[in-house]
Design a binder for this molecule. Structure first.
Ligand SMILES: Nc1nc2c(ncn2[C@@H]2O[C@H](COP(=O)(O)OP(=O)(O)OP(=O)(O)O)[C@@H](O)[C@H]2O)c(=O)[nH]1
Ligand SMILES: [Mg+2]
Length: 223
């Protein structure tokens, strides 16, 4: 009996969240903004990857929302590069949800069409459960965390539209089992491209940015 009630409450929370997320997506689409929900564990390289993607997005105006439990460290480092960045602090919550993103977006003036990167709170579990109005989910993994993550944290892998495998410059020093990783990923997700990158050397970012601009263009032509 208790279990039945719990499921009902969670369904209501998700329904309400998805309703708001739908309107965020509609609003951003109307403004010509393509939103990317960036998901990955703490320290996996989310902020560094965002900086590298922006550097490779020829001519597309970038905006960033930084989601953190506390602090504005990442926001300050992005602003120092001249990137328009807005901070959300969840003060305890382990993920962003649609109401939080909706509030933040109300205060952003999108003066040009472009790409909105939303760096979710560093966590491989909860962010995958909540849509925040994004057009695509970009999952960041790294050779430093081991090849077993798709087996242990399946939802994030199942829902990803693209997977970025970061820190490949460190591969020679590690025992990352890429075949095992790919097998686990493909059991959950047959289509998401996997792009290997290094934020240290810059390798792979042209390809990832090309995928983003292609999807953004497709989204704009289907409006
Ligand atoms: N060697 C190497 N280090 C990297 C790479 N990408 C990121 N790092 C380092 O990893 C650390 C964490 O990077 P961040 O971009 O701050 O990671 P994050 O996921 O945004 O971290 P949180 O916001 O705290 O969850 C930093 O010291 C980066 O310099 C990479 O490709 N290679
Ligand atoms: Mg960060």
């Amino acid at each position: 009996m208790h279990d039945v009630r719990k499921i009902t409450v969670m369904e209501n929370i998700h329904d309400e969240n998805d309703h708001i997320a739908y309107h965020i997506n509609e609003d951003l689409s109307n403004k010509g903004i393509f939103a990317i929900n960036i998901i990955g564990a703490p320290g996996i390289g989310k902020t560094t990857v965002i900086k590298n993607l922006i550097a490779n997005l020829d001519g597309l105006k970038p905006y960033v929302i930084e989601g953190d439990i506390e602090s504005d460290i990442d926001t300050r480092s992005l602003r120092a590069l001249g990137i328009r960045t807005f901070q959300i602090n969840t003060f305890g919550a382990c993920h962003l949800d649609a109401p939080l993103v909706h509030n933040a977006i109300q205060n952003i003036e999108f003066d040009e069409q472009g790409i909105l990167f939303i760096e979710n709170v560093g966590n491989l579990v909860c962010p995958a459960e909540f849509s925040i109005g994004e057009h695509v989910k970009l999952l960041i993994c790294s050779v430093t965390e081991g090849g077993d993550k798709p087996y242990k944290y399946p939802l994030a892998f199942e829902k990803a539209d693209i997977v970025i495998l970061n820190k490949v410059d460190l591969s020679p020093y590690l025992d990352f089992d890429e075949d095992f990783f790919m097998k686990g990923l493909r059991a959950l997700n047959k289509t998401a491209p996997v792009v290997k990158v290094s934020a240290k050397t810059g390798e792979g970012f042209k390809e990832a940015a090309y995928w983003i601009s292609g999807r953004a263009e497709r989204a704009s032509t289907t409006r």
